[in-house]
Write a protein that binds this ligand. Structure first.
Ligand code: DHB
Ligand code: FE
Length: 279
């Protein structure tokens, strides 16, 4: 049987990927940010899963206004790296797990969560930056990845509650897969940030830390946070945090917190990071 071992939560700021790619991680600006992931790199080396179900959002790289799936699951063998305007990041292609992905798609859709099945797509910073933060610069990623893309770019995004319930359905799917696989579920994006308009640059440490406080012990009520509260308190891109609730839903009720980190700013964004193991 496949088993969910843990969840990893992290912001996915593109400038973090550029800092690694351009050899700037030792700069004064970046040092404290990367220090917050030192524990995580050791932890994942000791707890390397077979597969990561990676919940992220596409930023008009694979999808755009012509096609906006609310929830999409990647069922491909491999995913090329998106060109986001500066050429693709110099990171390896992402290897998928089509068998487990197809099983999750079947289980979750028959469980009444209507995913879009995607057999071909490029993946952007939303997926690759958390990979880089956890694995560093590698020739080949040490895990297979099942991308789960959530629309948080074009209104209306799914509610936090819907995301949390989808996570629970993903857990049921994984636990009913008949091969012995260890799986992690990652939630990316957030924390508070707003990239445009008069409030561009907004960061809200109080809101972010309250979210981090509640994610482990109190996800049911956290999942009831309405969109307007994310928008008001965490900025227009703060709504990316609903993706953390998919991953949290997949972990089951009880979790053990292994790591928590918060740093402001990285580019325009507050960076939050947490590791929770399923108890
Ligand atoms: C930034 C953050 C994001 O989450 C993103 O998708 C793009 C840019 C930023 O802070 O620069
Ligand atoms: Fe983003």
């Amino acid at each position: 049987m496949a088993r969910i071992h843990s969840g990893m939560f992290s912001s996915h700021v593109p400038a973090i990927g550029a800092a690694v790619d351009l050899g700037k991680t030792g700069d004064d600006y970046w040092k404290p940010l990367f220090a917050g992931y030192e524990y995580s790199k050791r932890w994942i080396a000791e707890n390397l899963p077979d597969v990561v179900v990676l919940v992220y959002n596409d930023h008009a790289s694979a999808f755009d206004l012509r096609m906006i799936p609310t929830f999409a699951i990647g069922c491909a063998e491999r995913y090329p790296i998106a060109d986001e305007g500066w050429g693709p990041r110099p990171v390896p292609e992402v290897e998928g797990h089509p068998e487990l992905a197809a099983h999750i798609a079947q289980s979750v859709i028959l469980d009444e969560f209507d995913l879009t099945i995607v057999n071909e797509m490029a993946v952007d910073h939303g997926l690759t930056v958390p990979m880089t933060l956890m694995f560093g610069q590698v020739e080949r990623w040490p895990v297979r990845v099942i991308p789960v893309a959530v629309n948080v770019v074009q209104y209306p995004a799914p509610t936090g509650h819907r995301c949390f319930e989808l996570g629970k359905a993903i857990r049921r799917a994984i636990e009913s897969y008949d091969q012995d696989l260890t799986v992690q579920v990652w939630g990316t994006g957030g924390m508070s940030h707003q990239l445009q308009g008069p409030r561009a640059g907004l960061i809200n440490k109080v809101f972010d830390n309250a979210f981090l406080d509640r994610l482990g012990p109190d996800p049911e009520t956290l999942a009831k946070t309405p969109h307007v509260e994310y928008l008001r308190e965490a900025g227009s891109e703060g709504v990316e945090l609903v993706m953390w609730l998919v991953a949290r839903g997949a972990l089951g009720e009880k979790v053990v917190q292994k790591h928590r980190f918060y740093h402001v700013p990285a580019s325009n964004t507050a960076v939050g990071h947490m590791i929770l193991e399923a108890a």
